[in-house]
Design a binder for this molecule. Structure first.
Ligand code: NAD
Length: 400
């Protein structure tokens, strides 16, 4: 384990994934749980010299007031997904992190996300350029105050609608537009990315929001030698798609249609209930099938907000395929996963791996992290087993 402390700066620090991650970090530091769900705690990663859990210092931005402890308690009160003992054990840790949280920006977030914000505790009147400078300042101050060797910024904020204006490919065309929110084409997630890049941080986009994905942002990452990965964490239904679709392809079974209905009731679901925000997510969940199968079956993805389900997502998928002599057959599966429980350890894995890549002098889009994402950057491969082999090949190259 390296003798170094790093920062994890969470955009969306009061959300389900973030507070579950904090509960987990507190428990890992106290040896109060097994590291189940953490890929980086499996055998192949042992010789990689990854940063230890006690050496990851957390801070972040959010746009809502309210205490971290109360937010984390939702996972018990509304979802019965973690025990009150684990929450109580993390209480001191939540107060420690709370002192390192700063107000986020609502510039270019769209109406649904603005509706979530506590307007009294965010800076409402700022230009995109001012927002970038303020966010950058917060992250740099965190790094300095905590004496951190490096900071990884992770976007786990609510999913934005797709950008309303086309984003030019050349950053030089965007730069002069940063003084006016009305004409600037960048959504908030890309403003956060630029702030992270200017502060020299690595960056992970766990959401389908634009972040570092537009070509101009990727060019900024290359120019500033920023290690980054994204986008949209692959935790449930899409993970199964990327495992099962290669099986149909390998057996030359023709998938005629694949329908997936998703229902869940957490705050992410509430935001995705807006058709504009939902559009970004549906696109990310849907596009991989044609790429794996080599042809586009008829597909349908629905996402519905059902409040009573809390963080428990049920996905029901119906796959209609045909085999020898054209005979049609059906496969159906039901996935009942607890969203934040599935996502939080992956965020920790990504932080440890991206920081390790940064320490190895690597930069740009980390294509070998494709198995963590629904829409991986820098690679077209969507088959989970092949993506996982890419991860293991990278690990083998870097392990001592
Ligand atoms: N949980 C999963 O399995 C999973 C999988 C893939 C992707 N994701 C994505 O990860 C993101 C987080 O998921 P979650 O369940 O934690 O959501 P959540 O709704 O519980 O939390 C989102 C947090 O982001 C904050 N936020 C919104 N806009 C912000 C801004 N501009 N600046 C700072 N903070 C802002 C909100 O106040 C909230 O605290 C979502 O975009 C979701 O789609 C989740």
């Amino acid at each position: 384990m390296p003798d170094t402390r790093i920062g994890l700066w969470l955009i969306g620090a009061k959300g389900g994934i973030s507070t579950t991650l904090m509960t987990g970090l507190a428990a890992l530091r106290q040896d109060a749980m097994e590291p189940v769900g953490l890929v980086t705690e499996t055998a192949p990663f042992v010789g990689l010299s990854l940063v230890g859990f006690s050496d990851i210092i957390v801070g972040g931005h959010d746009i809502r007031s309210g205490s971290l402890f109360d937010e984390a308690r939702r996972m018990w009160v509304e979802s019965r997904a973690i025990t009150p003992e684990l929450l109580d054990g993390a209480a001191g840790y939540f107060s420690e992190v709370e002192s390192r949280l700063r107000p986020g920006t609502v510039v270019a977030t769209g109406d649904r996300i603005r509706g979530l914000a506590d307007m009294a505790s965010v800076v409402v009147a700022e230009t995109p350029r001012e927002a970038i400078a303020r966010i950058r300042g917060d992250i740099e101050a965190f790094k300095k105050a905590e004496g951190l060797a490096h900071v990884v910024v992770v976007n786990v904020a609510s999913t934005e609608p797709p950008p309303a204006l086309p984003i030019p490919k050349d950053f030089a065309e965007i730069e002069p537009l940063l003084d006016d929110a009305a004409t600037c084409p960048l959504p908030a997630s890309s403003l956060y990315f630029l702030a992270a890049a200017e502060a020299g941080c690595s960056y992970v986009n766990f959401t389908p929001s634009a972040g570092a994905t537009p070509e101009a942002m990727q060019a900024v990452a290359r120019e500033r030698r920023i290690a980054h990965a994204g986008c949209d964490g692959k935790t449930g239904e899409t993970l199964l798609k990327s495992v099962l679709a290669p099986m149909f392809a390998a057996r030359n079974l023709e998938v005629m249609s694949w329908v997936g209905h998703n229902i869940f009731g957490n705050m992410d679901g509430q935001v995705l209930d807006d058709p504009r925000n939902k559009a970004a997510k549906v696109r990310s969940k849907d596009h991989l099938l044609a790429s794996i199968l080599g042809y586009p079956p008829q597909t349908h993805v629905s996402i519905e907000y059902i409040k009573s389900l809390g963080d428990w997502k049920t996905a029901w998928d119906h796959i209609h395929f045909r085999g020898f002599l054209g005979t049609p057959m059906t496969m159906q599966f039901t996935w009942q996963g607890c969203d934040s429980i599935l996502a939080a350890p992956l965020v920790l894995d990504l932080v440890r791996l991206v920081e390790r890549a940064h320490r190895a002098g690597e930069s740009g889009a980390m294509d070998w992290l494709a198995c963590f994402f629904k829409s991986p950057l820098g690679v077209t491969e969507q088959d989970f087993a092949k993506q996982f082999a890419m991860l293991h090949a990278w690990v083998a190259k870097h392990a001592a």
